[in-house]
Structure formats: structure tokens, C-alpha cells
Design a protein around this ligand. Structure first.
Ligand SMILES: [Zn+2]
Length: 241
């Protein structure tokens, strides 16, 4: 028996024509460590189940087209939707309603952006490497530094569970908003939402919502790579209506 799909609606002040959802694990066809609504093809799940899950997603959200999925690299490259199939990138943007865009996550921070007019939208996948590498800046640059943008930070591994070593700390340059608390020798707890907020403000995105929902804590709703290793991915989808 499959339970029905469920979605979390981002709580932000996006214009009414900007639609966005976060998927949760309930429902879907995937089994074992990928149960149930895994949307990633690169994690070892049965490809047919992922294809079936993606069809369920499109039907349930009544999307005009399949979302543009990314081949995420933990880098800072941002592409325009429609420019290529499965681009190697960690950020994507569009001005067109025919291109829903998607980010896959299991602990990294999904970040949504749109302008206040509802004419352009974008999303990034930001783990510590992406944050240290400036992926947020890359997307804001593409959307336009002069535009009034609002942002939403999705579920990610929180400072309650995200312990990192000095290699991670060292990757962050001066004024990159590094938000950590030392917990023991050479170990820190990192707050990626706080880093994201700092970096958004640096590029004058001051209206920021979300953050605070930990994927590691909420196993019934979210996949977590740090918690489970072999696991699926939740998706965050944004599109223009
Ligand atoms: Zn946690």
C-alpha cells in the first residue's frame, strides 16, 4: 500500500504566480534505503522507480513539463533553464513558465530566490563547498544585483547535527559568513542557514525566509546523507505560473 504524496509549502512572501514545494519521503515507489519518494537517479535506486516517482510528481503538481534537473557538482556554476539537458551545475534560473526547476537534497541547503515582480526565479543547491565557493552570489548575479529579490532557505542538516572538521573551516574565506561553534578539539558545529543569510545580505537580498528544519532530525520526512549514507534525495521545485 502506498501512502499519498505530501508536500511542504515554503512559507515566504513570493508573488502568487511563483509556486514552490518541497517533497517529503511519504508515498512513491522506491524501496529499502530509498523508500519511498526518492527523486534522484544517481544514488543507486532502481531507475524505473525514480522515473515513476518523477511522473507522480509532475501529475500531482500539474506541471506543464518535467522539471529541469541538475547534475549537481557541489560547485558554483549557475545555468539558465533550457540551455542544456541535465546541466552540470548547482544553480538554475528562468524567466519562463515552461521550465519548472528542481534541486535535489539530502542535507545540503536548497535555496529559492525570486524577484518581487514574479518575473524570474532561481534555485541553488548549497552544501559547505557551494557556500564556500560562492554559489549564492552566482545565482544573484544571474538574476540581477539591482533587482529586489526575496529568498527562502529549505530543510538541511542543522547545527544540531552538522559537525565539521578544520578542512571545512579552512575552505571559507574572510567575510564569507562562516557560522560555527567549536564542540571539541578540531570539531565544529556548522550553521549553513546562517552562512547563507550572511551571504545573501552581502548581495543585498535582505528579505530571507525559512531555515531551521533539520533533515537529520526529521527522518520521517527527509533523506539525510550524514545520517544514512546510502539514501534518496528530496526535491525542491519552483516554477512560474
Ligand atoms: Zn538535527
Amino acid at each position: 500500500m502506498n501512502s499519498p504524496l505530501a508536500f511542504i509549502m515554503p512559507d515566504w512572501s513570493a508573488p502568487s504566480n511563483v509556486c514552490s514545494v518541497v517533497t517529503v519521503r511519504r508515498g512513491g515507489k522506491s524501496l529499502g534505503p530509498f523508500a519511498g519518494f526518492n527523486l534522484a537517479t544517481h544514488v543507486g535506486d532502481d531507475a524505473q522507480n525514480v522515473v515513476a516517482n518523477r511522473k507522480l510528481l509532475i501529475n500531482e503538481l500539474q506541471l506543464q513539463q518535467e522539471p529541469v534537473w541538475l547534475d549537481q557538482m557541489h560547485g558554483n556554476r549557475v545555468v539558465e533553464a533550457g540551455s542544456q539537458l541535465l546541466p552540470k551545475a548547482d544553480g538554475i534560473f528562468t524567466t519562463q513558465s515552461k521550465h519548472p526547476v528542481a534541486i535535489l537534497v539530502a542535507d545540503c541547503v536548497p535555496i529559492l530566490l525570486c524577484d518581487k515582480e514574479g518575473t524570474r526565479i532561481g534555485a541553488v543547491h548549497a552544501g559547505w563547498k557551494g557556500l564556500a565557493g560562492g554559489v549564492i552570489n552566482s545565482l544573484v548575479k544571474k538574476l540581477g544585483y539591482s533587482r529586489e529579490l526575496i529568498a527562502w532557505l529549505g530543510p538541511a542538516i542543522g547545527p544540531c547535527h552538522y559537525e565539521v572538521g578544520s578542512d571545512v573551516i579552512d575552505a571559507f574565506g574572510f567575510d564569507s559568513g562562516l557560522a560555527v561553534k567549536k564542540v571539541k578539539k578540531s570539531k565544529w558545529k556548522m550553521d549553513m542557514w546562517e552562512i547563507a543569510r550572511h551571504q545573501l545580505k552581502q548581495v543585498h537580498v535582505n528579505e530571507i525566509y525559512g531555515g531551521g528544519v533539520c533533515t537529520y532530525c526529521r527522518g520521517e520526512d527527509f533523506f539525510s546523507y550524514r545520517r544514512d549514507g546510502v539514501t534518496g534525495r528530496n526535491a525542491v521545485i519552483i516554477w512560474l505560473n
